[in-house]
Design a protein around this ligand. Structure first.
Ligand SMILES: Cc1cc2nc3c(=O)[nH]c(=O)nc-3n(C[C@H](O)[C@H](O)[C@H](O)COP(=O)(O)O)c2cc1C
Length: 190
């Protein structure tokens, strides 16, 4: 599966280079935050318990957007927020635990691997306080830079690199991410 070798089928696996962290201690919530949270693109379904959220970015090629669509996350109680593509759009404000899903850019230049829109989102400390994990995508043609955005964000935000997939993902990726996210949020409440 695109170079990742999960130990347990159906579970997003920590990336080999990521280190376990104390999720409660590492993410103190800022004391005063009166920002109104943004509305999710897809709210968690109202017939299921709301267990968490995914925040994603996708460029005009929309590969990540297609992958998100195929995961059908609202049906398992996961709200989906999209980081806006255009610089003039209102900034996204997320105030609940989320896993970030991010495509890699930069063509091997580590400084450009994380899309500027994602940097802007994470540069807001109130957004950063709620990140719990990262899933990255990319293209294996980029060799050692494959999914590099996941390594960078995991290290900077001190969260686990849960999974990586290529382009719009396979059916197996969809199943593993959907099942793995459900388990991840159940195991990391709060
Ligand atoms: C200009 C450009 C640079 C890219 N650089 C990388 C890279 O360094 N590493 C990687 O794994 N994938 C790289 N990719 C592949 C993208 O991550 C991949 O196409 C992804 O699915 C794009 O997602 P999106 O359509 O949702 O934006 C690059 C793609 C483009 C167009």
């Amino acid at each position: 599966m695109n170079g990742s070798a999960p130990a347990t089928p159906g579970t997003p696996q920590p990336h080999p280079r990521s280190t376990p962290i104390d999720l409660t201690a590492a993410h103190a919530i800022p004391a005063a935050d009166s920002t109104t949270p943004s509305t999710p693109e897809q709210p968690a379904g109202n017939t299921v318990e709301h267990i968490g959220a995914v925040v994603y970015f996708s460029s005009a090629s929309e590969n990540t957007a297609r992958f998100i669509e195929s995961c059908q996350l609202s049906g398992i109680g996961i709200a989906v927020y999209r980081i806006p593509l255009k610089p003039g759009s209102a900034p996204l404000n997320v105030r609940e635990p989320y896993v970030l899903m991010v495509p890699t850019y930069g063509g091997g230049d580590a400084k450009k691997a994380v899309p500027p829109q994602v940097k802007r989102f994470l540069n807001n400390p109130a957004n950063r306080a709620w990140i719990r994990g990262v899933v990255a995508s990319g293209n294996t043609n980029f060799g050692t830079a494959y999914c590099a955005a996941g390594d960078i964000i995991a290290a900077k935000c001190r969260v686990p690199f849960l999974y990586r997939f290529e382009l719009m993902g396979t059916r197996e990726d969809t199943r593993k991410v959907r099942d793995g996210l459900a388990r991840f949020f159940r195991d990391h409440r709060g």
